[in-house]
Ligand binder design. Structure first.
Ligand code: 5RP
Length: 228
């Protein structure tokens, strides 16, 4: 009997996580992102751990998962460049522009992405958007600037809310806080990223335009991986 039911979101994540292995360069160090989709990639990467030197990780959570599977983790300062960085996204458009940071790891993700020649984004099809702005935009900020930055987003028509965890402001791996901004439609991602990055107190804005995806692997309900 054939099973024609569409794949679950979890199965789609596993599909693209597995598909991303083809971009890993044997003998090299791979840049590794953060999130539930990347967790599937890390699990798949464990199957070829003897063929790579190790990884540079974008979060404490990914580092712990990599190490638990026996994959060496290098500090970003130990490597000059990476052939590839593999990460998920909260949304991605057809040009490869992304919003990231749903897992609060955007700053380290952008740093590791900047080391890499190629950014391979792995997503299920729910993440595809025509224009960035559907997902609340994560912005990592210095705590003393929260109200100032909230007012600056309000002037753009956005509503910024401090991300909480267990009722308290979430603290990132870098000791900072996250604002999630709704109500934005980001028509020029490169200009938007450059502009917001200049605001005093902004550590990193979750628009990835200067570090956009070079390749996107999209898991579809039919169990196929589309590439663009
Ligand atoms: C973490 C990220 C993730 O890539 C993004 O949130 C997608 O996560 P998931 O694969 O769990 O949907 O940017 O900061």
């Amino acid at each position: 009997m054939t099973n024609s039911s569409p794949l679950t979101q979890d199965e789609l994540k596993a599909l693209v996580g597995q598909a991303a292995l083809q971009y890993v360069v044997p003998g090299g160090i791979v840049g590794v992102g953060t999130g539930s989709t990347v967790n599937k990639f890390i699990d798949a990467l464990a199957g070829m751990k003897n063929e790579i030197s190790g990884a540079v990780s974008s979060s404490v959570a990914s580092t712990e998962r990599l190490k638990a599977l026996g994959i060496a983790v290098f500090d970003a300062n130990e490597v000059e460049s990476l052939a590839v960085y593999i990460d998920g996204a909260d949304e991605i458009d057809r040009q490869g522009y992304m919003v990231k940071g749903g897992g609060a790891a955007l700053t380290r993700e952008k740093i590791v992405a900047a080391l890499a020649s190629r950014f391979v984004c792995i997503v299920d099809e729910s993440k595809l958007v025509p224009t960035l702005g559907r997902f609340p935009l994560p912005v990592e900020v210095i705590p003393m600037a929260v109200q100032h930055i909230t007012r600056r987003f309000a002037a753009l028509g956005g509503v910024a809310r401090l991300r909480l965890k267990d009722g308290q402001p979430l603290v990132t791996d870098n000791g900072q806080q996250i604002l999630d901004v709704t109500g934005l439609s980001i028509k020029d991602p490169s200009a938007f990223e450059s502009d917001v990055n200049q605001w005093p107190g902004v550590v990193t804005v979750g628009v990835f335009a200067h570090q956009k995806a070079s390749v996107c692997l999209v898991g579809t309900a039919q169990g196929m991986v589309k590439t663009f």
